[in-house]
Design a binder for this molecule. Structure first.
Ligand code: 3PG
Ligand code: MG
Length: 405
């Protein structure tokens, strides 16, 4: 890997600024999902056990450069303490006197969470003064926030240039998994791409179709592809202004030698609500007063039949309206099939981005893929083939000191 990890780094007695992603989902004032905190614990434990003073910096929500009480990291720090089973102190500010005093109180092995970096306008502006103020806290910098690495902010990018910078264990695992899945995948490689809109996934589909041998398109965006081919789609959600683009994308995939599987049958309903009566129809026979809400069982069987020949699979986006049963069936069935192929040792499966974690959790297979990233936007930008500033800076530094390629 062309960046420094935590291997062979003496941290005893050192102040380590750890950029984490504590941006956990909230539901009615409660933390909705602890996965991001759980994933951080190996790095925090490793550092604390080795005698580092761990100073955690993170953004939380989008306060836009000023303190917003409901966006304080204080309750998240308390949740982290629970998950970690180790005391976690909290500093009222990210930088400045209150933060410096909290840092000065740390003993070796202690853990501190600083207040939301985005309470300062310099964070999103990647302002040097804020990066310098953060750097004052520490002797070295560890970035464990792959999911925030698509942001060139003071705590993800600027400060990495001011302190010896390393990838944390979560960042390392994430980059290794993603690298193995798309940069140099074992072939044949496939991707399942779902979600509602082609317009948000143009670059993603373009990049992925150049890198995999088989591309499965599901979700409402499949409707647009089918409609573009002249099939009647009834009242289905689709992007009328994307038909030409959809045809171009299919032609590009063909030129790149990537086979595209579009649904050949669909689950349709007259209303979109939980438990609505539904029927399976061939693509091309969607009744005018219905909408497609899931891919059909024949299509699922086609994909399942292809899985034994696939070595690497990337999944982004549900293939149906999984939050509203019964339109979760194809997503559930495919998720289970991928989990089984993974368990049998035949397949490396990597998933992430947006709704994907929720869909896989709903299907009950969260722990059964080779890797499920909790990154949203960062995972999508990585699938688009973009350089992520927070990763790029670690690579630049790694190259400058002569590690990796
Ligand atoms: C995320 O939740 O995707 C990351 O924490 C980044 O958050 P942002 O989209 O507000 O930058
Ligand atoms: Mg986001």
């Amino acid at each position: 890997m062309p960046w420094r990890t935590l291997d062979n780094v003496p941290v005893q007695g050192k102040r380590v600024l750890l950029r984490a992603d504590l941006n956990v989902p909230m539901r009615e004032g409660q933390i909705g999902d602890l996965t991001r905190l759980e994933r951080l614990t190996p790095t925090i434990r490793e550092l604390a056990d080795a005698g580092a003073r761990v100073i955690i910096a993170s953004h939380f929500a989008r306060p836009k450069g000023k303190p917003v009480p409901e966006m304080s990291l204080r309750p998240v720090a308390a949740a982290l303490e629970q998950v970690l089973g180790h005391p976690v102190a909290f500093a009222e500010d990210t930088v400045g006197e209150a933060a410096a005093a909290a840092v000065a109180r740390l003993q070796d092995g202690d853990v501190l969470v600083l207040e939301n970096t985005r309470f300062h306008p310099g964070e999103e502006a990647n302002d040097t003064a804020l990066a310098e103020a953060l750097a004052l806290h520490a002797d070295l910098y560890v970035n464990d926030a792959f999911s925030a690495a698509h942001r060139a902010h003071a705590s993800t990018e600027g400060v990495a240039r001011l302190l010896p910078a390393h990838a944390g264990r979560l960042m390392q695992a994430e980059l290794e998994a993603l690298d193995a899945a798309l940069t140099d995948p074992e072939r044949p490689a496939a991707a399942i791409i779902g979600g509602a809109k082609i317009s948000t996934k143009l670059e993603l589909i373009g990049n992925v179709s150049r890198r995999v041998d088989l591309l499965v398109i599901g979700g409402a965006m499949a409707n647009t592809f089918l409609a573009a081919q002249g099939l009647p789609m009834g009242k289905s959600l689709q992007e009328l202004d994307m038909h030409a683009t959809a045809l171009d994308m299919l032609a590009m995939a063909k030129d790149a030698g990537c086979e595209v599987i579009l649904p050949r049958d669909l689950v349709v309903a007259r209303e979109f609500r939980e438990g609505a009566p539904s029927e399976v129809v061939p693509a091309g026979a969607v009744p005018a007063d219905t909408m497609a809400l899931d891919i059909g069982p024949e299509t699922v069987r086609d994909i399942e039949a292809r899985l034994p020949g696939i070595r690497t699979l990337v999944w982004n986006g549900p293939v149906g309206a999984f939050e509203t049963p019964p339109f979760d069936q194809a997503t559930n069935a495919l998720a289970r099939a991928v989990a089984e192929a993974t368990a049998a040792g035949r397949l490396r499966s990597v998933a992430g981005g947006g709704d994907t974690v929720a869909a896989l959790r709903h299907a009950g297979v969260m722990d059964e893929f080779s890797y499920v990233s909790t990154a949203g936007g960062a995972f999508l930008e990585w699938l688009e083939g973009k350089a992520l500033p927070g990763v790029q800076v670690l690579q630049d530094i790694g190259r400058a000191i002569g590690i990796g390629g």
